[in-house]
Design a protein around this ligand. Structure first.
Ligand code: ZN
Ligand code: ZN
Length: 608
C-alpha cells in the first residue's frame, strides 16, 4: 500500500514529476571565482526572491500542481496538453535551469539553500528529460485525467465559499473538451495496460460530472441563469470525457485484435535514468537491485527462525517441512486466519489510530500535532484501484487543510477475494499498515514536511525519503516493542513484520526485474507468492502496479535502508548523547528532501 500527497500515481506528467528530483552534484560546488565567505542577509533576500519568481512561473505553467499544493490563484486554467504546450514547458525548463545556476555562481549560499537549488535543478532536468526522452505523453494514457483538481475545488470549503469555487470550476469545465481532444491526439501506440487503467480511472471520474458537480450547483444557491450556464458547461465536459473513453476503448479493441501497442516495460536506459532522477539514492539502480536481493535472504533467515519458534504451538508434533519456504508459508497461513470481518475493515483502521498516537507520545518518539487530526475515509471512487490505502495530505499553502487516510472499501471484491485480502492484512499486518500510513508514518511526516522552513523541499519532495520514512517508522516501532504481549516480544508480530518488510524488498526486486530484465508474469507471481508469501489477490495487484508504474516501487526499500544507515552513523558518532526523538525531529525538519541530502546536513552538524 501506498501513501501520498503527490505520492500516488498522478494523472498528469507535471504532478508525477514533483517526485522527479535528483541531485547529482555534491553540495558546495558549482561556484566560479571568489564568493563572499559569509552568507549575507541581502543574499538570502535575493535567493528567496528568485525562488519565489521561479515558483510563480512554475504554478502558471503547471496549474494542476498548484491546486494540488493548495494554491488556487491559477485554478481557473486547464491547459490542453498540445505540442505547443510541450514546447513551452521545455523552454520553461531550459530558462530556469540557467537562471537558478546563476544563483549558485553569484551568491554565497547556506547548505539549506544549496540543497534547495540542487532539488530544483534536478526537478528541471527531469522535466526536460521527460519531455524529450521518456515521452510518456505519447504512450501512457493515464497521464490524462481532469478529475483531481475538480475534486479539490469541490472539497476544500476553507479556501473560498462554494459559489466562488463553482466559478473556478465553471471556467475549468469550459476547457475540458479541448483538453481531451489534445490528449487523444498525443497518443501513439499507447501501452495496452496503461490504456486499460486510463479507461477505468476516467470512467471513475464520470461520477464527478454526473453527481458531484450537479449536487454542488444545487447546494450553492446560485441565480438561475448562473446555475444554467454551469450546468450546460458541465454537460459538455461530461460528453467530452465520454467521447475520450469511447475513443480509448476503440483503440483497445484494435490492439486486442492486432496485438499492437508499446510495451509497458521502460527498458534499461530509461529505467536507470528515471531511477536516478526520481529516487535520488546514493547508489544506482543495479546496485540497489543487488542490495535488495541480499536483504531478501537475510529476512528469509529471520523468518525461518520465527517459524521454528512458533511451529510447536501451532502444529504440535507434526514434522517440520524440510523446505524453508514451505515451512514459513505454513506458519504464516495458520496465523493469517486472525483478521477483522470485511465490513469492519475501515472502522477497525479508524479505531487503531488513537492507540498509535498514545504510544508515540508515551515512548517519546516524536512530538505530534493534535490540532491537525487525521480523517480516515473510504477512498473517493476516482482515486481507487492503484494502492488500496493512501494518504492525501494538504498542500504546503493550505495550512488548515485536512489529512485524509484513504482506505478502499472491500466491496469491489468477491467474498473469496475479500478473504484473501483480509488474510494478507491480518491482525498483525493491519497494525503495521497503520503505522506506515498514519502514525508515525506518512501522516506525521507530511505534517512535519509542510512546516519545514524550506518551501522547495516541502513542495518538491523526494518520494524515496517519504516512503523510506514510513518503512523506517515500522521498524522503529517494532524496535520499541510495539506488538509485544505481556511485555514479551511477540514471535507472531516478528514474523508478520518480517513478511511485510520482505514485501518492500520484493517491490524493489520486482520493479527492476520487470522493467529492465524482462521478468514474465509467471516469474513475478513466483517471486511474490512463493518467495514473499503474498496472497493471490495481493500478488496480482502488485504485478499490475509493477506494469503501470516504474521506479516508484523501488522508493520504499531505497529510502528505508538509507535512513537506517544514517541513524546508525549518528549513533556511532554521538554515543550516549544520541537521542532517538531528537534524531527523528531533526531528520523530519528538513522537509521531504532526499535522504542523502539530509544525511550530509546532519553529519556536518554533528561534526561541529
Ligand atoms: Zn507508503
Ligand atoms: Zn478468514
Amino acid at each position: 500500500m501506498n501513501r501520498q500527497p503527490t505520492l500516488r500515481l498522478k494523472a498528469t506528467a507535471a504532478v508525477l514529476l514533483c517526485l522527479a528530483l535528483g541531485a547529482q552534484m555534491p553540495v558546495a560546488q558549482a561556484k566560479d571565482g571568489p564568493a563572499p565567505a559569509v552568507p549575507s542577509a541581502a543574499a538570502a533576500q535575493s535567493f528567496d526572491a528568485e525562488v519565489d519568481a521561479f515558483l510563480s512561473a512554475y504554478w502558471a505553467m503547471f496549474p494542476d500542481s498548484a491546486v494540488a499544493a493548495g494554491r488556487y490563484a491559477e485554478a481557473a486554467r486547464l491547459p490542453a496538453p498540445t505540442e505547443a504546450l510541450r514546447k513551452q514547458q521545455l523552454a520553461f525548463a531550459e530558462l530556469w535551469l540557467q537562471r537558478l545556476a546563476g544563483l549558485s555562481k553569484n551568491l554565497a549560499l547556506t547548505p539549506g539553500q544549496t540543497g534547495d537549488l540542487l532539488l530544483l535543478d534536478n526537478h528541471l532536468q527531469a522535466l526536460r528529460w521527460s519531455l524529450t526522452e521518456l515521452r510518456s505523453d505519447r504512450w501512457d494514457a493515464t497521464e490524462y485525467n481532469v478529475a483531481d483538481p475538480f475534486a479539490q475545488l469541490l472539497n476544500k470549503p476553507d479556501f473560498a465559499p462554494l459559489p466562488q469555487r463553482l466559478g473556478l470550476i465553471d471556467q475549468r469545465l469550459r476547457q475540458v473538451p479541448a483538453y481531451y481532444k489534445a490528449a487523444l491526439a498525443n497518443l501513439h501506440e499507447p501501452s495496452p495496460v496503461h490504456l486499460r487503467l486510463a479507461i477505468e480511472q476516467n470512467s471513475g471520474a464520470l461520477s464527478l460530472f454526473r453527481d458531484d458537480i450537479p449536487r454542488a450547483i444545487k447546494e450553492a444557491g446560485l441565480k438561475p441563469a448562473e446555475a444554467a450556464a454551469i450546468t450546460a458547461h458541465n454537460a459538455k465536459a461530461q460528453a467530452a470525457l465520454q467521447a475520450y473513453i469511447a475513443a480509448l476503448s476503440k483503440i483497445e479493441k484494435k490492439q486486442l485484435a492486432d496485438g499492437s501497442g508499446r510495451s509497458f516495460r521502460l527498458g534499461k536506459a530509461l529505467f536507470e535514468q528515471k531511477f536516478a532522477y526520481e529516487i535520488q539514492a546514493s547508489v544506482d539502480a543495479p546496485t540497489l537491485f543487488q542490495r535488495a536481493l541480499a536483504e531478501k535472504e537475510t529476512l528469509l533467515q529471520r523468518m525461518s527462525a520465527y517459524a521454528d519458534e512458533l511451529w510447536p504451538q501451532l502444529f504440535g508434533a507434526e514434522a517440520v517441512p524440510a523446505d524453508r519456504l514451505a515451512k514459513i508459508a505454513r506458519v504464516i497461513d495458520k496465523l493469517s486466519a486472525r483478521h477483522v470481518a470485511p465490513e469492519r475493515f475501515v472502522e477497525d483502521i479508524k479505531a487503531q489510530i488513537p492507540a498509535l498516537e498514545k504510544w508515540v507520545v508515551e515512548h517519546d518518539l516524536l512530538t505530534l500535532d493534535p490540532s491537525r487530526p487525521l480523517v480516515v475515509r473510504e477512498t473517493p471512487s476516482y482515486m481507487r484501484g492503484v494502492a488500496g490505502a493512501s494518504i492525501s495530505a494538504p498542500g504546503l499553502m493550505d495550512p488548515k487543510g485536512v489529512t485524509y487516510y484513504n482506505v478502499d472499501p472491500l466491496d469491489k471484491y468477491t467474498p473469496e477475494q475479500a478473504e484473501s485480502f483480509l488474510r494478507e492484512y491480518n491482525h498483525w499486518v493491519l497494525q503495521v499498515l497503520n503505522i506506515h500510513e498514519a502514525v508515525p508514518g506518512h501522516y506525521v511526516q507530511l505534517l512535519y514536511s509542510n512546516k519545514s522552513p524550506s518551501k522547495v523541499k516541502a513542495l518538491f519532495g523526494n518520494g524515496a525519503m517519504v516512503e523510506g520514512w514510513a518503512v523506517y517508522a515500522e521498524r522503529m516501532m517494532m524496535e520499541g516493542g510495539w506488538g509485544a504481549v505481556d511485555g514479551k516480544p511477540s514471535a507472531e508480530m516478528g514474523l508478520m513484520y518480517a513478511k511485510w518488510n520482505l514485501r518492500v524488498v520484493s517491490n524493489a526486486i520486482l520493479d527492476y526485474s520487470v522493467h529492465v530484465l524482462g521478468m514474465s508474469e509467471a516469474e513475478a507471481m513466483n517471486l511474490l507468492q512463493r518467495e514473499a508469501f503474498q496472497s493471490n489477490t495481493e500478488a496480482a495487484e502488485k504485478w499490475h502496479r509493477a506494469q503501470v508504474s516504474s521506479t516508484q516501487l523501488s522508493s520504499y526499500f531505497t529510502g528505508f535502508s538509507e535512513i537506517l544507515a544514517l541513524r546508525e552513523q549518528l549513533k556511532a558518532k554521538q554515543g550516549k548523547d544520541f537521542k532517538l526523538k531528537a534524531f527523528h525531529e531533526e531528520f523530519l525538519s528538513h522537509g521531504s528532501a532526499p535522504v542523502r541530502m539530509v544525511q550530509r546536513l546532519m553529519l556536518d552538524k554533528a561534526a561541529n
